[in-house]
Unconditional design. Structure first.
Length: 549
């Protein structure tokens, strides 16, 4: 039976309107239920702005970082978010910049009364996150991994006389410890607390050759760049220790000559996380340091998306990412601009995407969501440390932090690595969200790299707030693992982390789906996230019997 002409016209009109609705929906990113919400294109669009050359690498306190922050604020305003800083969207953070004047500084070994000068940059370099003493002359003592972990009755300092001496250690931790626990005790706050208690005059740290993210040749290029500390002395984790030196593992043998041990032997043990001996060395270290200090101010950016539930809207799910990178530094292959596309324009772009998507969809979330773009992460998590200690909302109202930093969508998204997976109910929640996206979840596959303490979620953990971080995952020994290693070696903290690198937009989009899904799930869950009963980090919750740091 044929349709009458009016019926055909009506039918065609319905088809046209339905098609138009699909086009408009797609244009606004409202994908069909069985399709991803994000395709990576708007994510990459934000990165193209934040990692452009005119942002000049977004060094903390620089005009480039100010421009990046202004762009972020502009986007947040467009998405209808409320300012939640101290000065509108901004939370000022006061810092102290510290740099070494190598022309007036020196390091030397003293052996049997003879002085062996060390070449700064080639043999070793000064660490400037702490306030260096002008002069330090002290004997060296090898303290293994330099860890004290009471929960495991483990103490590298037991039985050693370290008062007034310099502790020499290899980065890493012994096997058999949960990676989150081992990472916590390698964090600056815990490390320097232990060193102060031991009465040391200083520290010499040797990178573990088996777990170096970047080669020594690139590490040493950055040695004269300014480091920073929070101007609030109570938040300066490295206070009280007068010397920090990083020693080239390729030249570390000279530290152990005559000790009965070789660095090759010790490095082999550390590679496999085996126990290390502890013993006095036969040399002393003579250090002369001249520092250049100046005050710096930089801003966190804080925005609020209000919740709708009368009882829960006063609680907050925090999404963090750091804005800063390394600025302009020593050239590599003729390029001196460290754009920081993946580290961490990628995380900022993701959170901007999520803010826009939640606004566009008119999401009715029970809890409020706080978007916090922090400064000075590259200087030691300083912006997040300040915010977590001085939040612009009641600290007790923050229920969780979901941090995104350099999640590296450089191959297809099949596996999600979650740092802190087993520590809180957030791990259970993210597994449910990832499973719905067809993505498998794994815990930290590289515990030697201490990633759990190396980004801004750790600042919230220290305040007792359940937190985690995630990355596009890979399994050791796979081609994806090789790609990740190659990226770290060639692009991490290098000018080549720029806009001219391959990324997998589909992987970025799927990762964004998971982060948004987790944020929504936590925001709407009647129960606050909780630390697991067996988690070490429960002790940081305010008011608990095991609280405190």
């Amino acid at each position: 039976m044929t349709k009458s002409l009016p019926s055909v016209r009506a039918f065609m009109l319905m088809v046209f309107l339905a098609g138009l609705a699909v086009v408009v929906s797609a244009a606004h990113g409202a994908a069909a239920p069985d399709s991803p919400n994000f395709d990576g294109k708007s994510w990459w669009g934000h990165i193209k702005v934040l990692a452009a050359d005119d942002m000049e690498g977004r060094e903390t306190g620089s005009p480039g970082l100010q421009r990046a922050a202004a762009y972020i604020v502009e986007q947040l305003k467009k998405d209808g978010l409320e300012p939640a800083g101290v000065d509108g969207f901004y939370q000022p953070v006061k810092l102290i910049s510290r740099a070494i004047d190598e022309s007036a500084s020196s390091l030397a070994l003293v052996r049997d009364g003879k002085t062996e000068p060390l070449t700064l940059g080639e043999d070793a370099f000064f660490g400037t996150r702490l306030k260096l003493s002008p002069e330090v002359d002290a004997p060296l003592v090898f303290v293994g991994y330099g860890l004290r972990i009471p929960e495991k009755n483990y103490d590298d300092f037991a039985g050693l006389d370290l008062k007034g001496k310099i502790a020499v250690m290899i980065a890493g931790s012994p096997e058999g410890f949960p990676s989150a626990l081992a990472s916590h005790y390698q964090a600056a706050a815990q490390r320097f607390k232990t060193l102060r208690e031991a009465g040391v005059a200083g520290i010499v740290s040797i990178p573990n050759p088996a777990a170096m993210d970047i080669p020594w040749s690139r590490m040493t290029l950055a040695r004269t760049r300014p480091s920073m500390a929070l101007a609030d002395a109570d938040l300066d984790d490295a206070r009280g220790v007068g010397l920090s030196v990083t020693f080239n593992p390729a030249h570390a043998e000279k530290l152990f000559a005559g000790s009965g041990h070789s660095f090759e032997e010790l490095a082999a043990l550390a590679k496999d996380r085996k126990p290390l001996p502890r013993f006095p060395l036969t040399v002393s270290l003579s250090a002369r340091a001249r520092m250049i200090e100046k005050p710096v101010e930089s801003d966190n950016v804080v925005a609020r998306m209000p919740g709708r539930d009368p009882k829960l809207k006063g609680e907050y799910v925090v999404l963090t990412s750091h804005m800063d990178h390394l600025g302009i530094g020593e050239p590599i292959n003729g390029d001196n601009l460290y754009n920081g596309a993946m580290d961490n324009a990628s995380g900022c772009a993701l959170n901007l995407d999520i803010a826009e998507a939640l606004h566009r969809s008119h999401a009715k979330l029970a809890r409020s969501v706080l978007f916090v773009f922090v400064t000075a992460e590259e200087k030691g998590l300083l912006g997040s440390r300040y915010f977590a200690s001085h939040p612009t909302v009641p600290q007790s109202a923050i229920v969780a932090d979901i941090n995104t930093d350099m999640f590296l969508p450089i191959f297809p998204m099949k596996l999600l690595t979650v740092y802190g997976l087993a520590e809180s109910s957030l791990g259970d929640a993210v597994q449910q969200v990832a499973q719905a996206e067809g993505v498998e979840v794994q815990p930290d596959p590289e515990p030697l790299r201490n990633i759990f303490i190396r980004s801004d979620q750790y600042s919230f953990i220290r305040e007792g707030i359940p937190s985690l971080a995630m990355k596009v995952g890979f399994r050791p020994g796979t081609p994806e693992a090789d790609l990740a290693k190659k990226w770290l070696t060639e692009r991490y903290h290098a000018p080549s982390d720029d806009l001219n690198q391959p990324v997998d937009l589909a992987a970025a989009g799927k990762f964004e789906d998971i982060v948004e899904g987790l944020a929504v799930k936590v925001a709407n869950d009647p129960q606050r996230p909780e630390w697991k009963s067996d988690s070490f980090f429960r002790r940081f919750v305010k008011g608990t019997a095991a609280g405190g740091q």
